[in-house]
Design a protein. Structure first.
Length: 245
């Protein structure tokens, strides 16, 4: 492939959601007769891993379930692939760790036959969305790495059209050297390291807003009735959130 309207660097869950959403919107605009006469927007996803890999399991909230239904992935299909999840609850403790003055957020969602709350295996969910995106016409290449340093991002000009960028791609499983993709838009989906964005500027940190959380899992051996948190004994999975430091 020599050109693509959009190149997404990274093939994780957020990359796939973006690619599917953008491609579907483009297809619907063209089908309505109100879009441009040429083909729908072409989208290419580049992922360095050879295939979707294991990641820590995650739970879905109602919004994600509704999005799956909106793109055509039924609740019945989701039930066949993933396990049931009886809701989630988050307890945010103050800095001193005291349970007085904590806040909570519980999301048990609607009935499971309407939109399921699920415990998903990321390897399976990413494979599902990868196959779905490919059926929509999204080009997805696993085992390919992008050379961040040599890639040229698209640039705006004062007069005239935008100057296209060029993404340098290396097939990690072959010996065919570096290939180039001309593109109008590069999307940085490289995860928390922000490979492209971090070259342009450092992350701006907001006061009282933490984006560097760590998760720790433990098994409750005692009596849950001794834990003074609202609804803690319900069927949902509990998350106790401690302030940084």
């Amino acid at each position: 492939m020599d050109s693509s309207d959009v190149v997404v660097v990274g093939g994780g869950i957020h990359s796939l959601i973006y690619a599917i959403h953008a491609r579907l919107k483009s297809l619907r605009v063209v089908e309505s007769g109100h879009g441009r006469p040429e083909d729908p927007v072409s989208i290419t996803v580049i992922e360095k891993s050879p295939s979707p890999g294991y990641k820590i399991g995650e739970s879905t909230l109602t919004t994600f379930g509704l999005w799956l239904k909106s793109i055509g992935i039924s609740t019945a299909l989701a039930w066949r692939l993933f396990g049931p999840k009886d809701g989630l609850c988050f307890y945010y403790l103050p800095h001193n760790g005291d349970n007085d003055g904590y806040t909570d957020f519980c999301a048990n969602g609607p009935a499971g036959d309407f939109v399921a709350t699920l415990q998903v295996e990321r390897k399976i969910s990413e494979l599902l969305l990868t196959l779905f995106a490919q059926r929509l016409g999204v080009n997805i290449f696993h085992g390919h790495a992008v050379n961040i340093d040599s890639t040229k991002l698209p640039t705006d000009t004062d007069n005239g059209p935008r100057v296209a960028g060029r993404v340098d791609v290396l097939n990690q499983g072959g010996n065919d050297g570096t290939k180039h993709i001309d593109t109008k838009l590069v999307v940085d989906a490289t995860g928390r390291f922000r490979r492209f964005a971090s070259k342009a500027a450092r992350a701006t940190r907001l006061p009282h807003f933490n984006t560097d959380s760590f998760w720790a899992y433990f098994e409750m051996d005692g009596d849950e009735t001794d834990i003074p948190l609202r609804h803690y004994e319900s069927c949902h999975t509990n998350h106790i959130c401690l302030a940084e430091g």
